[in-house]
Design a binder for this molecule. Structure first.
Ligand code: PAF
Length: 275
């Protein structure tokens, strides 16, 4: 496995590689990332994983400085997983000058996460486009845990005619259902037990919808109330079409999404409700 930190060396290494799959990450890897890597490896001969904590997708009040950086451990996990190249550039390499060229994003970027994290998707789109330009993969894998991010990246690839197939990976969960996330590291012991309530709330909604309940508003309100009663601050719990447009009763292919704060930690999760 090679660890490459600059663009020229990466391009030189990948020059004669016909089929490259790519998994972008911000490091602090867990089973969720490793399952994306396994998926990526099935789709190409060579696999690149990037590790870069992208300042641009954090708002000034968010956790950029605190975000866990565990480079050595990440490298050994990726080596074990059989990754060919880790691309781990510095900020100077990816943002040599102040980033003034920015993408104008579609309305999808202004709902849900976009409402609560105003800089997030602009930053994600910018870094993902840069990384796609640098790596030029045939396939890239994104987790369904960041459902809205996955949809936006798909939309970007389509609208900008990028020759990259975007593949989605399932959300990895701990045994109590909690979606794996680097931000789970911020949770204290007792909060870790409580944290699975977000998943349980979404699961209850999913089960209700499957059994024919079409009162989506009431399902959302009940879930929000329950979380608040257990000390959460809820940004949203919402049932949407799988395209992330508002759902109506009798719609098929839905997704229920949630974002909520447990203490100082913001968690997100979602469950697809497919027909
Ligand atoms: O999902 C993430 O970890 C990040 O948003 C990504 C796609 C690596 C861009 O920084």
């Amino acid at each position: 496995m090679k660890i490459i930190t600059d663009i020229i060396s990466l391009r030189t290494y990948l020059k004669d590689k016909q089929s490259v799959s790519f998994v972008p990450t911000m490091g602090n890897l867990h089973e969720g990332h490793l399952s994306l890597v396994r998926t990526a490896k099935q789709h190409a001969d060579y696999n690149v994983v990037s590790i870069f904590v992208n300042r641009l997708q954090f708002s000034p009040n968010e956790d950029f400085n605190q975000y866990p950086r565990t480079f050595e451990r990440d490298c050994s996990l990726l080596k074990e997983a059989g990754v060919n190249v880790i691309f781990a550039p510095s900020e100077k390499i990816l943002y040599p000058v102040q980033q003034e060229f920015l993408l104008s994003l579609p309305p999808l970027a202004r709902t849900l996460e976009g409402r609560f994290r105003p800089d997030f998707f602009q930053g994600v789109a910018t870094i993902v486009l840069k990384l796609f330009n640098i790596v030029q993969p045939k396939t890239a894998v994104f987790g369904k845990k960041d459902y809205q991010q996955l949809l936006l990246v798909r939309e970007m690839v389509q609208q900008l005619n990028l020759p990259i197939e975007i593949i989605s990976g399932e959300t990895a969960r701990s045994s109590n259902g909690l979606a794996l996330s680097s931000r789970n590291n911020y949770l204290r012991e007792e909060q870790r037990l409580e944290a699975c309530r977000l998943y349980q709330s979404l699961l209850l909604i999913k089960q209700e919808v499957i059994s024919g309940n079409t009162d989506f508003k009431m399902l959302e309100i009940n879930a929000i109330k329950n979380l608040i009663q257990h000390g959460w601050k809820v940004d949203y719990i919402t049932i949407q079409r799988s395209t992330l447009t508002p759902a109506k009763p009798n719609d098929k292919d839905l997704v229920v999404l949630g974002a909520a704060w447990l203490g100082k930690t913001r968690l997100i999760d979602n469950l697809e409700i497919l027909d």
